[in-house]
Design a protein around this ligand. Structure first.
Ligand code: PBG
Length: 323
C-alpha cells in the first residue's frame, strides 16, 4: 500500500468542501463597467472591434444606466467619443462639454451609481495624444494645467472618483491640488499608476475613433519594466492617490502582485479592450467557454491581489449572476 500522508485531493472532493476552502471570490461590488457615449448620434452603434459592446447616444444614457443599476452594477467608467476635437481637448473642461454632460446625465438617471470617469485628452484631441503637443513633444506641464481644469469640471458635474490616465508626471498631485482648491476634497483619485504602452488597447482606439500620430511610448510605460511600477506607485501615493491601478490586466498580473505586497491602498486592475476581444472572439469561434474563461480571468485578478477590476465583461457577469 502507498503511504501518502498529505492528500490535497481530500479538500477537492465535492463542491461544498471546495467552497469551504476557496481562497478568492468576487462579486459585482468589485467590478467597474466602462461605457462609451458618442456625441451626435441617435441610435447605439455596435463596436466592430468589440463585439457585444455599443457606442450609445446621449439620449440613451438614462435607460442604459438604469438597466445596469437593476442588474446590480454600481460603478461605471464613462468614455466620451467627441465630435469637437481640437489641439488640446478643451471640450473636456467646458461646463457644457461632452464629459460634463455624460456625468450629469448618469447622476441624474441614477444618483446612487458611482461615476468614475477616465480623465485624459486622447478622445478629445485632433492628434490623438493624451496631452498638449508642442514641437512634436507632449508637453508635460502644460498638460497638467489642462488635466486640473478637466478634473474640476468633472467634479462639478458630479463625478465621485476620477481616473486620470494621461500618464503625465505629477498628474495625481496637480489634480489633487486643483480639486481641493475648488472645494472637491471629497472627490477621490484612482491613479493609473502603471499604464503600459500596450498593443492590447487596439480595439479601444478604434472604438473611440482615436487615430494617433506616432505612439505613446514617451509617456506610457515600457512593457519590459516592473521595478518602475514601484516608482510610479510611490509617487502616486505621495501625491494623494486613493486607489492605484495597473493597466492592462492579464499580461501584468505580476505587477499587480508586486504593488499589493508594498502598498496599503486598494489596487485596481484594468482588463482592457484587447483582453475582452481575445476572450470574446475565441468564445464566438467556439474555442473557449465564455463564462468559465471570464470567471477564471477575474479570479486571476483577485488572486494577484486586485481589489477592483475594470472590465467590459461587468454587465455580462451581472447577467450570468442574475440567472
Ligand atoms: C485613454 C485610454 C486608453 C484606454 C483607456 N483610456 C487608450 C490609450 O491609452 O491608448 C484603453 C482602454 C482599453 O483598451 O480598454 N488614455
Amino acid at each position: 500500500m502507498n503511504i501518502i500522508n498529505r492528500r490535497p485531493r481530500r479538500l477537492r472532493k465535492n463542491k461544498n468542501i471546495r467552497h469551504l476552502v476557496s481562497e478568492n471570490s468576487f462579486d459585482l461590488t468589485d467590478l467597474i463597467q466602462p461605457i462609451f457615449i458618442e456625441e451626435g448620434i441617435d441610435e447605439a452603434i455596435e463596436i466592430d472591434a468589440l463585439p457585444g459592446l455599443y457606442r450609445i447616444s446621449e439620449k440613451q444614457i438614462s435607460t442604459d444606466i438604469e438597466a445596469l443599476y437593476r442588474l446590480g452594477i454600481r460603478y461605471v467608467m464613462p468614455f466620451g467619443i467627441s465630435k469637437r476635437k481640437d489641439h488640446c481637448g478643451s471640450d473636456t473642461w467646458s461646463e457644457n462639454g461632452l464629459l460634463s454632460r455624460m456625468i450629469r446625465a448618469i447622476k441624474e438617471a441614477c444618483p446612487d451609481m458611482v461615476v468614475i470617469p477616465d480623465i485624459c485628452f486622447c478622445e478629445y484631441t485632433d492628434h490623438g495624444h493624451c496631452g498638449v503637443v508642442s514641437d512634436d513633444q507632449i508637453d508635460n506641464d502644460k498638460t497638467l494645467a489642462n488635466l486640473a481644469k478637466q478634473s474640476v469640471a468633472a467634479a462639478k458635474a458630479g463625478a465621485d472618483i476620477l481616473a486620470p490616465s494621461a500618464m503625465m508626471d505629477g498628474q495625481t498631485g496637480a489634480i489633487r491640488n486643483a480639486l481641493d482648491e475648488a472645494g472637491f476634497a471629497h472627490v477621490g483619485i484612482m491613479a493609473h499608476s502603471m499604464k503600459y504602452a500596450s498593443a492590447f488597447y487596439g480595439p479601444f482606439r478604434t472604438a473611440v475613433d482615436c487615430e494617433i500620430k506616432g505612439d505613446r511610448k514617451t509617456y506610457q510605460a515600457d512593457p519590459a519594466n516592473s521595478r518602475e511600477a514601484y516608482v510610479e506607485a510611490s509617487l502616486d501615493e505621495q501625491e494623494g492617490a486613493d486607489i492605484l491601478m495597473v493597466k492592462p490586466g492579464m499580461p501584468y498580473l505580476d505587477v499587480v502582485r508586486q504593488l499589493r505586497d508594498v502598498t496599503h491602498l486598494p489596487i485596481a486592475a484594468y482588463q482592457v479592450s484587447g483582453e475582452y476581444g481575445m476572450i470574446k472572439s475565441a468564445a464566438r469561434a467556439g474555442i473557449l467557454d465564455e463564462r468559465q474563461t471570464v470567471t477564471e480571468s477575474i479570479l486571476g485578478f483577485k488572486r494577484a491581489g486586485a481589489d477592483i477590476i475594470v472590465t467590459y465583461y461587468a454587465k455580462q457577469i451581472a447577467q450570468w449572476l442574475n440567472n
